[in-house]
Design a protein around this ligand. Structure first.
Ligand code: IPE
Ligand code: IPE
Ligand code: MG
Length: 224
């Protein structure tokens, strides 16, 4: 059975869910947050050590301002309400991406990261204003500036995911089969699961089905 250290998720389909059931994309984002809570709980229960959630891409700035503001206000409220509880559960929160949001949100994110920094039960990497191409370019720039030797190992030091093992599993909900600029380097040998359900409809049972399927896959890494 393959051990599971790290699960990454592209949480897609909120907008479509919201339009379908509530005639509002934002209602889908709100419902999606409930799924986030369920999946965090189940990840803890399964004793998986890293969970990476794609919440906002560098390309998502193209969306209408109203939707962007709603997403960030959801995140703010979530952190204000939940960070103490996450801390009690020994969850460490790490932001991967560039923190250039409002002063208030930047501060809240830093406080949440600092508060939970020493926790070891589960690390949640929240990908916010994250884009894999810019992450890779930035890593190249820093590596060259520091005159570090160019090698795989050195390169990974300059990624946002330094010290985080590569994902074993990638799940993308929402019936779309693409990576949308997510962890292009880190996913080199990840097992990928595309899920038809929209993110707000995804639940613990669906999640566990995927975890089970993963455990019996033969991982070759180029070998036989
Ligand atoms: C993913 O859901 C969540 C974010 C990008 C924040 P979408 O908002 O992309 O939902 P669809 O794909 O439009 O249904
Ligand atoms: C990917 O979903 C980003 C997040 C889930 C945060 P998108 O909905 O933005 O992806 P595209 O634009 O359909 O590829
Ligand atoms: Mg989408």
């Amino acid at each position: 059975m393959n051990p599971i250290k790290h699960v990454a998720i592209i949480m897609d389909g909120n907008g479509r869910w919201g339009l379908k059931y509530k005639n509002s994309r934002n209602a889908g984002h709100k419902a999606g947050l409930k799924t986030v809570e369920k999946i965090i709980k189940e990840t803890l229960r399964q004793k998986i050590k890293f969970l990476t959630l794609y919440a906002f891409s560098t390309e998502n700035w193209k969306r209408p301002q109203k939707e962007i503001s709603f997403l960030f206000s959801l995140l703010e409220n979530f952190l204000i309400k939940r960070i103490n509880e996450l801390n009690k559960q020994k969850i460490k929160l790490k932001i991967i991406g560039i923190k250039n949001f409002s002063k208030k949100l930047n501060r809240l994110l830093s406080i949440s990261e600092n508060k939970t920094f020493k926790n070891r039960e589960l690390q949640i990497n929240l990908a916010l204003n994250y884009g894999s191409k810019s992450e890779i370019l930035n890593a190249v720039k820093v590596m060259l500036k520091k005159k570090d030797r160019v090698s795989e190992k050195n390169f990974t030091k300059y990624l946002h995911t330094t010290n985080i093992p590569d994902p074993d599993i990638l799940i993308r909900t929402g019936n779309t089969k693409r990576l949308s600029n997510f962890l292009l380097w880190q996913l080199a040998y990840t097992e990928i699961f595309f899920e038809k359900k929209l993110w707000p409809d995804f639940n613990e049972k669906d999640y566990n089905k995927i975890l089970k399927k993963f455990q019996i896959i033969k991982r070759n890494y180029g070998n036989i």
